[in-house]
Write a protein that binds this ligand. Structure first.
Ligand SMILES: NC(=O)C1=CN([C@@H]2O[C@H](COP(=O)(O)OP(=O)(O)OC[C@H]3O[C@@H](n4cnc5c(N)ncnc54)[C@H](OP(=O)(O)O)[C@@H]3O)[C@@H](O)[C@H]2O)[C@@H](O)CC1
Ligand SMILES: [K+]
Length: 507
């Protein structure tokens, strides 16, 4: 799914109106119906809504939703500033509400003294993607007041105070929603931690904006959806053998950190590589042979990996629990000098590379590195916020001609040609030591199976998150472990074959 800027979304709305032969008012009605339907489906038992409407088309949506919910028998109260100059469509919808005798429109100021019923849902239709400056004055007071209410809060299109594609100022006032019903596609600000925190759960509402515009309009930022995954995933060929699915080698571990090797290896095995090898120190030999009997062990030293004797033609994932011992560092750097094929690099291998900017030049072209924000900062320097971090990652991915999998709540896969793929699977239950080791194993395994580096990174990030979601469903976010995530990889492949492929395959 492409991510568009607010200007592009406006063009998309206009293109749709022209090509469908409908007015702005009709498109607004479509959007409002879609939201009203969601409210009925999800909150049928709650019959009270307080809807706050601004002067633009977002406010227009609010008025139209109020009318639709009222007509369905819900109790609705509207708050608006009657002195504001409404957009054309908002004015028409405001008038339609005024004409309904049971639908009261109160002033914003009245909200302070209004007694909201305990189960009233607060709906934010103050500002949408037309916000063009920080919120101040009476709107800021109103939003602060609403944020302090202990009620369920839902934003229409985007929480008021957020711009679709920009970072917010330090002291910005933003409506803090539990859920956001956004039209047609994700907005960039919903995917970054500093701004996404205001959105709650995102529900993308399909309002049938033009498919033609969507395919023609360029965007180098995308959300990894199931359509993309359906196109990447290659189901296994029944007439195949273990040689068909490549050789993956996990290069990892040091004394006391053999668990990281187990996790990375198991994740690689579960992701389908034909042959899986482990290059680890001897101290982990028994643990690894017992916990990962399907993998073959190659000794890389006594307590650390100091010898990169790699199985021929195998794809390497390097880093988990590797340690940064000077001998490990020396042999890793020497190995890199001879290495031409793309690698997957994480954790301590990244920490070694961060010691000297010249080391970065040793990374083979088209390799995939998987830093978390702290590792990223060690490698490339600090940035002010996640938007700036992404910009720097784009610069570095291009300069080094590598793929960067920037781990975050919405992990970003950045390609050497400046595209960004945001992952929307995964959850906070994965914020635990060991999750990253599993990701390295998954991506290495996919790369070994001849997925291109780009597809291995995108598919790997998605698969990892989806397995995490399945694990959270079964064990809770708190109790789920990275090993539970690995155990769910099989269910994700089953899901892909049953649910995703039939929808997305043309052949
Ligand atoms: N038919 C369609 O196109 C459809 C559109 N849809 C909906 O429309 C939304 C976009 O609507 P929009 O463009 O009217 O912008 P919106 O955010 O409602 O308000 C902008 C107004 O606020 C003002 N303003 C800006 N910043 C301000 C500030 N800080 N403090 C105070 N005022 C500020 C600005 O006026 P200004 O003061 O800049 O002259 C302007 O009056 C979109 O998110 C979706 O919900 C859907 O219904 C689908 C169909
Ligand atoms: K809003």
């Amino acid at each position: 799914m492409k991510i568009f800027t607010s200007d592009q979304i406006k063009k998309w709305d206009e293109f749709t109106m022209r090509s469908n032969g409908i007015s702005s008012l009709e498109l607004m009605e479509r959007a409002a119906h879609s939201c009203a339907k969601w409210f009925v489906q999800n909150y049928f038992e709650i019959n009270s809504f307080a809807i706050f409407c601004g002067a633009g088309n977002n406010g227009g949506d609010g008025f139209a939703i109020a009318r639709l919910l009222y007509k369905k028998g819900f109790e609705v109260i509207l708050f608006a500033d009657e002195s504001q100059v409404y957009s054309e469509s908002a004015a028409i919808n405001q008038k339609k509400c005024k004409d309904i005798s049971g639908l009261e429109i109160l002033k914003f100021e009245n909200a302070n003294n209004f007694i909201f019923k305990e189960n009233t849902i607060i709906v934010d239709a103050l500002f949408g993607i037309g916000l063009n400056r920080p919120i101040q004055g009476k709107f800021a007071h109103l939003i602060q007041f609403l944020n302090d209410l202990n009620h369920l809060k839902i934003s229409i299109d985007i929480p008021s105070g957020l711009m679709a594609d920009e970072m917010i100022a330090d002291q910005a006032v933003v409506f803090k929603a539990n859920d956001t019903l956004t039209f047609q596609s994700w907005k960039k600000s919903m995917l970054h931690p500093e701004t996404g925190i205001y959105c709650g759960n995102i529900h993308v509402r399909d309002i049938s904006l033009s498919e033609e515009f969507n395919s023609l309009e360029p965007s180098n930022e995308l959300v990894i959806d199931e359509k993309i995954i359906g196109e990447i995933y290659q189901p296994r060929n029944e007439f195949s053998h273990k040689g068909t699915y490549g050789k993956a080698t996990v290069v990892a571990g040091s004394y006391g950190k053999i668990g990281a090797v187990v996790l990375a290896t198991k994740a690689a095995l579960k992701s389908g590589s034909g042959l899986t090898f482990i290059l680890a120190p001897k101290c982990g030999y028994e643990i690894l042979q017992i916990s990962c009997p399907e993998a073959m062990f190659i000794s890389g030293g006594e307590n650390e990996v100091v010898n990169f004797s790699i199985e021929e033609n195998s794809t390497l994932g390097i880093g988990p629990g590797l340690g940064t011992h000077s001998d490990t560092e020396k042999s890793f750097l020497n190995f890199l000098k001879t290495c031409k094929n793309p690698l997957v690099i994480d954790a301590d291998a990244l920490n070694i590379l961060s010691k000297n900017p010249d080391y970065l030049k040793l990374i083979p072209k088209s390799s995939i590195i998987t830093p978390h924000p702290k590792e990223f900062a060690r490698l490339f320097g600090p940035t002010e916020n996640s938007f700036a971090r992404l910009d720097l990652a784009r610069e570095k991915a291009h300069e080094l001609q590598i793929y960067i999998v920037l781990k975050d709540h919405h992990t970003q896969v950045i390609t050497p040609d400046n595209r960004v793929f945001y992952n929307i699977t995964g959850n906070s239950g994965m914020a635990k030591g060991g999750s990253g080791d599993a990701l390295l194993g998954i991506i290495t395994s996919l790369l070994a199976q001849s997925y291109s580096p780009e597809n291995a990174a995108i598919f790997g990030a998605w698969l990892h998150g989806k397995a995490g979601d399945f694990a959270a469903e079964e064990f809770s976010k708190e109790a789920m472990l990275p090993s539970d995530l690995i155990d769910q990889i099989g269910n994700v492949f089953k899901y892909l074959n049953k649910k995703v492929l039939p929808k997305n395959r043309k052949d």
